[in-house]
Design a protein around this ligand. Structure first.
Ligand code: MN
Length: 502
C-alpha cells in the first residue's frame, strides 16, 4: 500500500494567540506559522498535507474553527501551536466540542536564543515555553487525550513524531467509515475472536457486515475463463511455481484459487469493503479455503482476520494505513509454535495460509498442498520467509467493559534452519524482553492468538492510535516485567471502570 491514500486527508495547523500584542506582532505570528507549515510540507517527511489556518485570538474564533474542523471530512486532526501566550479560557468551549484528534506542537519559530541581540520585543513574540503550558493546562483540565511533540520544528525527530501521529489519525479516520465483510461467522467456540460490534462501532466507527458463503459464490461463479487466464499469467510472472502447480490437478487448483481471488476482490470492491474475514469451518460452495486470495488482497491494503476475527481484520487494516509507504510490511499473524531452546527461545509465527506477502523477503513460491483440516481441495498459498529486524505484534480484545490492545516488541530473526517441509509463509522472532516474560505478560493481558505483525508500524504509532481511539494499550517491551504488567492491568481495571462512568 503506497502513500497515495493520504491524499484524501489534511491536517489543520492552528496557531493560538491573543489581541494584547497588537497588529504588528500578530502579523508576524501569522507569517511565522505559514513558514512552519510550508517548511513541514516541503520536508517530505510528513504523510499528510498540513493546511495553515488564521491565528485564533478569541473564544468566538476558536469555537468557529473547531466546528469547521468537525464538519470538514478532509480534516483528520489539528496541530496546535502557541507562538505567544494564549489565555486558555478561550479554548474551553471549542476544545470541548472538537471531535477530531489534536497534537500540540510545542516548538519555537527560532531554534536558538539570539544571546547577543535578545530584547523585550523578542521575548513578547517567542513565548511557546510558557504559552504552550497554558494551553496544555486546559487540555489536562478538560481531560482530553492528545499528543504532545516537543522540539524544534525543523528537527527530523520532531517531524518523524508528527508523521507518526498523522498516520495514526489517518488510520482512525479511515476506520470511522470502514466496512468489514465477514464470510461465515465466528469459528466454532473460539472466545477471543468474539466481541461487541455495537461497541466497536461506537469506539472505532467501523461496521461489520455478515455474509453467507452463497453470497460470495455468486461472484466466484461469474468469473470468466479469460479473467482466470490473465490472473494465472500474473501469478506465473510474480511467483516461483513450486510443488503442485506442475500437474494437471495442480493447474486446476491454481485456476480455482484465481477464480476465488477475482470473485472476492469484486465482492469487496462492489460493497466498498476494506477488510474481511473468512473461516474454514463453513466453505459451502467453495472448492478450497481462500489462502492465496487472502494473501494477495492483504498485500493490496485490505485488513484480514481468519476464523471470523473481525476485530483483527479492522486492526490489520488500521496498521496497513499507518504503515502506508513505509519500509516493511504488515500481515495478519498468529503465534504458531515455539522453539524452547533455553539459549534463545523463539516463536514461529504463521497461519494456516494467510500471511501477507508485503512482509516477504526473497523468492515467493506458489504451491498447492493439502491442508489437513476443513475437508476441501488442496488450497493454493504463497510460501516465503520474512526479513530479520525489529517488528511488533499487536492484538485487540473485547474485555467486556472495554477494548484492549496489547503490543509486543519483537526482533525477527533468520530461522536457524531452512524448514523445507513447512508449506506456509512464516516469521521467526525473539520477543522482548524474552519469551518467558513476553508470553506470560501477553497471557495475563488476555492477548489473542491472532495479531497484526508489522515491520513498518512502530510502538509509537500504536500508542497514538490507541490514544486517539481512547482504547487501553498494554505494551510489552525491553523494560517489561510480569509484575509490572500485572500491576498495570490492576490499575487500568480501576481507571477504565471509573473513566467510563455509568
Ligand atoms: Mn487462527
Amino acid at each position: 500500500m503506497d502513500k497515495s491514500m493520504f491524499k484524501q486527508f489534511d491536517v489543520w495547523f492552528i496557531t493560538g494567540s491573543q489581541h494584547l500584542y497588537g497588529p504588528d506582532i500578530l502579523a508576524q505570528v501569522a507569517a511565522d506559522a505559514k513558514s512552519i507549515v510550508d517548511g513541514l510540507n516541503a520536508s517530505g517527511r510528513l504523510a499528510v498535507n498540513i493546511v495553515w489556518k488564521p491565528t485564533l485570538k478569541t473564544t468566538e474564533e476558536v469555537n468557529r474553527q473547531m466546528r469547521e474542523a468537525n464538519a470538514e471530512d478532509r480534516c483528520i486532526g489539528l496541530v496546535t501551536w502557541m507562538h505567544t501566550f494564549s489565555p486558555a479560557k478561550m479554548w474551553i468551549t471549542g476544545l470541548s466540542e472538537l471531535s477530531k484528534p489534536f497534537c500540540q506542537l510545542h516548538t519555537q519559530f527560532n531554534r536558538d536564543i539570539p544571546w547577543n541581540s535578545i530584547d523585550m520585543d523578542f521575548m513578547n513574540l517567542n513565548q511557546t515555553a510558557h504559552g504552550g503550558r497554558e494551553f496544555g493546562f486546559i487540555g489536562s483540565r478538560l481531560r482530553l487525550e492528545r499528543k504532545v511533540v516537543v522540539g524544534y520544528w525543523e528537527d527530523s525527530g520532531v517531524q518523524r513524531r508528527l508523521d507518526v501521529w498523522m498516520r495514526a489519525a489517518a488510520a482512525f479516520a479511515d476506520g470511522r467509515s470502514l466496512k468489514v465483510a465477514r464470510f461465515g461467522d465466528n469459528m466454532r467456540e473460539v472466545a477471543v475472536t468474539e466481541g461487541d460490534k455495537v461497541e466497536a462501532r461506537k469506539v472505532f466507527g467501523y461496521a461489520v457486515h455478515g455474509y453467507g458463503l452463497g453470497d460470495l459464490t455468486a461472484f466466484t461463479d461469474a468469473v470468466s475463463n479469460a479473467d482466470i487466464d490473465t490472473q494465472v499469467a500474473e501469478y506465473e510472472k510474480l511467483y516461483v511455481m513450486g510443488d503442485g502447480p506442475g500437474s494437471d490437478k495442480g493447474r486446476e487448483r491454481i485456476r480455482s484459487a484465481a477464480r476465488l481471488e477475482i470473485g472476492m476482490r469484486r465482492f469487496l470492491e462492489e460493497g466498498g469493503f476494506k477488510a474481511f474475514t473468512t473461516t474454514f469451518e463453513n466453505l459451502h460452495g467453495l472448492a478450497q479455503l481462500p489462502g492465496l486470495a487472502c494473501q494477495r488482497l492483504m498485500a493490496d491494503g485490505y485488513g484480514f482476520g481468519a476464523e471470523g476475527d473481525w476485530k483483527t481484520a479492522a486492526l490489520v487494516r488500521a496498521m496497513k494505513v499507518m504503515g502506508a509507504g513505509l519500509k516493511g510490511g504488515t500481515a495478519f499473524m498468529e503465534d504458531y509454535t515455539y522453539h524452547l531452546d533455553p539459549e534463545r527461545p523463539l516463536v514461529l509465527g504463521s497461519h494456516m495460509l494467510e500471511i501477507c506477502p508485503s512482509i516477504a523477503t526473497g523468492p515467493i513460491r506458489l504451491e498447492t498442498r493439502p491442508l489437513g483440516i476443513g475437508g476441501k481441495d488442496d488450497p493454493a498459498r504463497l510460501i516465503f520467509e520474512s526479513p530479520a529486524g525489529d517488528a511488533i505484534n499487536v492484538s485487540v480484545m473485547d474485555m467486556g467493559n472495554r477494548f484492549r490492545f496489547v503490543l509486543n516488541e519483537v526482533e525477527a530473526v533468520d530461522p536457524p534452519a531452512d524448514l523445507p517441509g513447512l508449506p506456509v509463509a512464516r516469521v521467526v522472532w525473539d520477543p522482548k524482553p524474552d519469551l518467558a516474560t513476553a508470553a506470560a505478560s501477553w497471557i495475563f493481558a488476555g492477548g489473542a492468538h491472532h495479531a497484526g505483525y508489522s515491520q513498518a508500524v512502530t510502538r509509537e504509532h500504536i500508542i497514538d492510535f490507541a490514544s486517539i481511539a481512547g482504547v487501553e494499550l498494554l505494551c510489552i517491551g525491553e523494560d517489561t516485567t510480569v509484575e509490572s504488567i500485572k500491576n498495570e492491568i490492576r490499575w487500568n481495571e480501576m481507571y477504565y471502570h471509573l473513566a467510563r462512568g455509568l
